[in-house]
Design a protein around this ligand. Structure first.
Ligand code: ZN
Length: 322
């Protein structure tokens, strides 16, 4: 297996340091330490970027600040999440801040003003270094979970943030709840003539084509999910499947598991619900369609593009993207 090239959201340079999360005083101690770095994230997944001179070619980097620059006291009830520490010991925490966070209020939130540039992963992941990309993927993933799972699934009570932001605990029945990740398979389907099958989603603007993908169902192995999704969406029968790599996709909670799948039939019958068009491309046909702009491939942040390039054998020609 050749690993996929440059999965931009699979990078990291920070040890998640899971053992330390169970220290009940950890977040308070880190918030009192001016050396701690805080990553602020808005509900839309955007984070502040370090100021750059106008027109500067400098790549984007996250603006990480001291706790005192965010709020005087540890924000309660949070969530505040311990993300881990760097080799030099620098500890990182993430906190969700409101959209209008430039307005300082009596709760002590926040000190920083609204002239910062905020951006999300889709916009800046390609520019961020490994540390910043890993921090933002981790923070967005776990904060998304907190936002949509505030209540106990057993009794409906509001749960409390515990384990330095990595669990929620029900105050009524004591049940503990863990962040969710939803596995999804994504596959470059290739036929006997070595053509690749790309599909157009019914909701996309004209010209966009990508690899087929879908969520894994409960009780289903990954290989079966690949075969089921391809059959459902385009009516193609798949035999052998080969795992190629994975990338978190925290929009809001997916883990994309990438495969190459060998088709044993080539007749395409789209489901017309999710998929409205699907075509086989030879390498020459795809290169020509991308160059002419007839086909727009997914962005460089996606594992979909890396799967297509893995089949193609190299980077595709320079192209307009989504
Ligand atoms: Zn409960």
């Amino acid at each position: 297996m050749s690993p996929l090239r440059s999965l931009l959201l699979s990078r990291s340079a920070v040890d998640r340091d899971g053992e330390r999360r169970t220290d009940p005083g950890l977040l308070e101690a880190l918030w009192a330490d001016p050396a701690t770095r805080v990553l602020r994230v808005r509900p839309d997944g955007s984070a502040p970027l370090r100021a750059r001179a106008q027109g500067s070619a400098e790549p984007a980097a996250l603006e990480l600040v001291a706790p005192g620059d965010v709020a005087r006291a540890l924000p309660e009830p949070g969530p505040v999440v311990y993300l881990g520490r760097e080799e030099d010991g620098t500890a990182h925490v993430a906190v969700e801040v409101p959209d209008d966070q430039e307005v300082a209020d009596a709760a002590g939130w926040p000190v920083r003003s609204g002239d910062e540039e905020w951006a999300g992963l889709r916009a800046v992941a390609a520019e961020l270094d490994d540390r910043d990309a890993g921090l933002l993927v981790e923070a967005v993933g776990v904060l998304n979970w907190h936002r949509v799972h505030p209540h106990c699934p057993r009794c409906g009570s509001r749960t409390a943030v515990t384990t330095s932001g990595w669990t929620r605990t029900c105050p009524v029945d004591g049940s503990e709840h863990y962040p969710r990740t939803d596995p999804a398979v994504i596959m470059a389907v290739v036929d006997e003539d070595d053509r690749v099958l790309l599909a157009h989603n019914a909701l996309w603007p004209a010209g966009r084509f990508s690899a087929l993908a879908g969520f894994v169902e409960p009780g289903e192995p990954l290989e079966a999910a690949v075969r089921r999704e391809v059959l459902e969406e385009v009516g193609v029968v798949v035999g052998e499947v080969e795992y190629k790599g994975s990338q978190p996709w925290p929009f809001p909670a997916s883990l994309m598991l990438g495969f190459t799948a060998r088709a044993s039939s080539t007749g395409v019958r789209v489901d017309d619900v999710e998929i409205s068009d699907a075509r086989w491309f030879s390498r020459e046909e795809l290169a020509a369609a991308v160059t002419s702009g007839e086909v727009l491939l997914p962005p460089s942040t996606s594992i979909a593009l890396r799967l297509v390039e893995d089949w193609y054998g190299e980077e595709l020609p320079a192209r307009p993207s989504w």
